[in-house]
Design a protein around this ligand. Structure first.
Ligand SMILES: Nc1ncnc2c1ncn2[C@@H]1O[C@H](COP(=O)(O)OP(=O)(O)O)[C@@H](O)[C@H]1O
Ligand SMILES: [Mg+2]
Length: 274
C-alpha cells in the first residue's frame, strides 16, 4: 500500500463530494463533533492505526495518551487531512467527510491544529504573527499587516487576553520563552476561530509554571471549543482531563477517567509499566 500523505491531493468541492456548502458550517445536531469509524492507516506494510473507532462529543475535552509510536500523531494527521485513512471513515460533524477534503478545506471547516514543534515566525512580533494567522478575507486593506475587520479585531483582542501576551504584542516572537511561543501558536489557531482544536504535546519542554498556565488555558478554551489533547505529562492530564483514551499499537487500549485507565491491567502492562 502506498504512503498515505495526501496533502498535495485536491479534494472535492462542496457540490461534488464532502457534504454541504461550508457556509452552513459543521453540523453537530447529534452532539458529536468527530466520528472516526474503523480507521486503519497503513504505511507500506506497517499499520500505524488499527481499526480505530473514536467519537468526540461537541464541547468535550478528550485527552489521548499512549507510548511513543502508538499512532497519536497519525490520528491527528487523519483528522486534519495530512494522511488519508487506508480504511474506515472520518467525519467532522454529520456533514464533513474528512477523508475527501484537503488540509485547507478542513482548516476552513473549523479544525485547528497545533503541531508538536512551535512554528511561529521568529522575526515577526507577537502582533504580526497573530495578524498573519487571521483569515485573509478578514484583513481590510491589501497590505500584509493591514487593519482587520471588526470580527477579526475582536478575535485578536480576545486571543491576546487568553494567551496572556498583551504586554508582549511588540516583542519579536524569536525572543519569547518556549512556553510563550507555544501560547502564541495556540493564539494563531484561535485567530481562525476553530470549533475543534487539536493540541499535540502542548506542554513538552515547558517549565512547571508554564505547564500550569497551559492547563488553565485548555480549561478556558473548553468553555467554547471541542478539544483533543495528546500529552505524556500525567499531572497535566490530571488537571485538565475528563475522559482519557489510551492508544497503543494503533488501537484503543482503554477509555475512561484517568484513574480508571491508570488502574487498567492492559494499560499498566503496555504503557505505564509496573
Ligand atoms: N509517514 C510515515 N511513514 C511511515 N511510517 C510512519 C509515518 N508516520 C508515522 N509512521 C510510523 O507510525 C507509527 C506511529 O507514529 P506516530 O503517529 O507518530 O506515533 P505517536 O505520535 O503516538 O508517537 C510509528 O511507528 C511511526 O514510525
Ligand atoms: Mg506524536
Amino acid at each position: 500500500m502506498a504512503q498515505q500523505d495526501a496533502s498535495q491531493e485536491h479534494g472535492g468541492h462542496a457540490a461534488d463530494g464532502y457534504g454541504r456548502p461550508k457556509e452552513e458550517g459543521a453540523d453537530f445536531t447529534h452532539g458529536i463533533a468527530l466520528y472516526l469509524e474503523k480507521v486503519s492507516v497503513w504505511f507500506d506494510s506497517f499499520r500505524a492505526l488499527n481499526d480505530l473507532s473514536l467519537y468526540i462529543d461537541e464541547g468535550e475535552l478528550r485527552c489521548i495518551i499512549g507510548p511513543n509510536g502508538a499512532g497519536k500523531t497519525t490520528l491527528m494527521d487523519v483528522i486534519t487531512g495530512k494522511t488519508r485513512p487506508t480504511e474506515g471513515s472520518a467525519f467532522f460533524g454529520q456533514n464533513y467527510n474528512l477523508a475527501k477534503m484537503t488540509t485547507e478545506q478542513i482548516a476552513e471547516a473549523g479544525i485547528g491544529r497545533k503541531f508538536q514543534k512551535p512554528t511561529v515566525f521568529e522575526n515577526f512580533t507577537v502582533m504580526e504573527n497573530l495578524l498573519l494567522a487571521a483569515p485573509r478575507d478578514k484583513r481590510v486593506a491589501k497590505s500584509l499587516f493591514s487593519k482587520l475587520d471588526p470580527d477579526a479585531q475582536l478575535a485578536l483582542d480576545e486571543t491576546l487576553v487568553q494567551i496572556r501576551l498583551q504586554e508582549f504584542v511588540g516583542k519579536q516572537a524569536g525572543l519569547l520563552s518556549h512556553g510563550q511561543k507555544q501560547w502564541l501558536e495556540i493564539g494563531m489557531l484561535l485567530m481562525q476561530r476553530p470549533k475543534l482544536i487539536l493540541l499535540d504535546e502542548p506542554v513538552a519542554g515547558m517549565t512547571d509554571a508554564e505547564t500550569e498556565r497551559t492547563a488553565e488555558l485548555c480549561l478556558e478554551l473548553k468553555k467554547n471549543h471541542t478539544l483533543v489533547v495528546v500529552e505524556h505529562d500525567m499531572s497535566f492530564i490530571d488537571t485538565i482531563s475528563e475522559k482519557v483514551t489510551v492508544l497503543a499499537q494503533g488501537a484503543i487500549l482503554a477509555e475512561g477517567t484517568l484513574a480508571e485507565v491508570q488502574a487498567n491491567e492492559d494499560v499498566i502492562e503496555k504503557y505505564l509499566g509496573r
